[in-house]
Each structure stands twice: as structure tokens, then as C-alpha cells.
Design a protein around this ligand. Structure first.
Ligand code: ADP
Length: 183
């Protein structure tokens, strides 16, 4: 099975849920920049204070800040990993390529979790996180279309991308994900 993975897809597609299950099952390091940022906010660190207002608006926190978080976790890590919520724009993707070249590692597969907007919004509204009210959700979807969706072409051109239909039960989606990582 592929061991160095990116999960791509809109907010609400279920990246976090699926990433956690897959990582636990296959002993991969699960790096969710959203979760790591929320932990910093909760801890009240300088970094968290910088990120909090940006996250509450559904905008992206600075590339430098997010890259520093990812770098500190990947440096010195030997086994497989799964990046979830990063990269989120082309600058982050290029910075990641640089970091991985430095660490002599390669992305083996990028999974795009696809789901229609109506279902995404319903899922996010039922989740009830601080940044999950309707206006902020709509902004996160706009930010996704404008900044993150261009990564689909980027990774498709590199021959790394597979699409996974992200509707159905957690188990059904999980089965599709595993199937798209075996070859
Ligand atoms: P979702 O995918 O459901 O929107 P995340 O937990 O991935 O949720 O991210 C929540 C928020 O954290 C984002 O709206 C953004 O403000 C911030 N964030 C997470 N990852 C990044 C990243 N790679 N670059 C910039 N901001 C990020």
C-alpha cells in the first residue's frame, strides 16, 4: 500500500474522519494542519493567537506558519505519513515539494475526496465547530475553489491523483480509499 499520502477535497468531505481511521490502521503519521492549529489556539500560544481570527473567518493562515508546523513534524519521521488539509494552495504545494526533496521523500499518492456542495454544507452545519456557521462555511468553500482546487490539476499532471466518491457510509468511503491505494 502507498505510504506517503495527501488527502485533498473540500471542507466537509470527510478527510479528517477517513485520515484518522486509515492512519491508525496502517501506522501512518496523521498530520492535520487544521487540528494542529486548533490545538495551538486552545493552548493560547503566540502561534494560536495569530491564527485564531483568521480561522474564525474561514480564511487561510499564513503559508510560513503552516509550513513551519508541517516541517517540525516531518523532520526526523521515518515511516509513512498522511497529510490532511495541507497543502491548501500552490505556494504551500511548492514549499512541500522543497521540504520533501530536502528530506529525500516523495508523495506516493494524492486522494481527492469528492462530494457535492449541498451535502458538504449539511455535514458541516451538523458538526457545530466554532467556524461551522453558514456564512463562514460558504467562505471556506469559496476559498477552497479559488485557492485549493487548482492543486487538483497540479497533482493530476504529476500522475499522482486518484478521485474517490465521498458519499455513503464511513465504511464504504474507507473501502474505496483503501482500494485506491493498493496499486
Ligand atoms: P476544513 O477542511 O473542514 O475546513 P480544517 O480543520 O482543515 O477544516 O481547517 C480549519 C481552518 O484552519 C481553515 O479554514 C484555515 O483557517 C486553517 N487551516 C488549516 N490548514 C491550513 C493550511 N494548510 N493553510 C492555511 N490555513 C489552514
Amino acid at each position: 500500500m502507498k505510504q506517503r499520502l495527501l488527502f485533498l477535497g473540500p471542507p466537509g468531505a470527510g478527510k479528517g474522519t477517513q485520515a484518522e481511521l486509515l492512519a491508525a490502521h496502517h501506522q501512518l503519521l496523521h498530520l492535520s494542519t487544521g487540528e494542529l492549529l486548533r490545538a495551538e489556539v486552545k493552548a493560547g500560544s503566540a502561534l494560536g493567537q495569530e491564527a485564531e481570527a483568521v480561522m474564525a473567518r474561514g480564511e487561510l493562515v499564513s503559508d510560513a506558519l503552516v509550513l513551519a508546523i508541517v516541517r517540525s513534524r516531518l523532520e526526523g519521521h521515518q515511516g509513512g505519513w498522511l497529510l490532511d488539509g495541507f497543502p491548501r494552495n500552490l505556494a504551500q504545494a511548492e514549499a512541500l515539494d522543497g521540504l520533501l526533496a530536502e528530506l529525500d521523500q516523495r508523495i506516493e499518492r494524492v486522494l481527492l475526496l469528492e462530494l457535492e456542495d449541498g451535502v458538504l454544507i449539511q455535514r458541516l452545519l451538523s458538526r457545530g465547530r466554532a467556524d461551522d456557521n453558514e456564512a463562514v462555511i460558504r467562505n471556506r468553500l469559496v476559498v477552497y475553489q479559488e485557492q485549493t482546487a487548482p492543486l487538483i490539476e497540479h497533482y493530476r499532471n504529476l500522475g499522482l491523483l486518484r478521485s474517490v466518491e465521498a458519499s455513503g457510509t464511513v465504511a464504504e468511503i474507507g473501502g474505496r480509499i483503501v482500494a485506491s491505494l493498493v496499486d
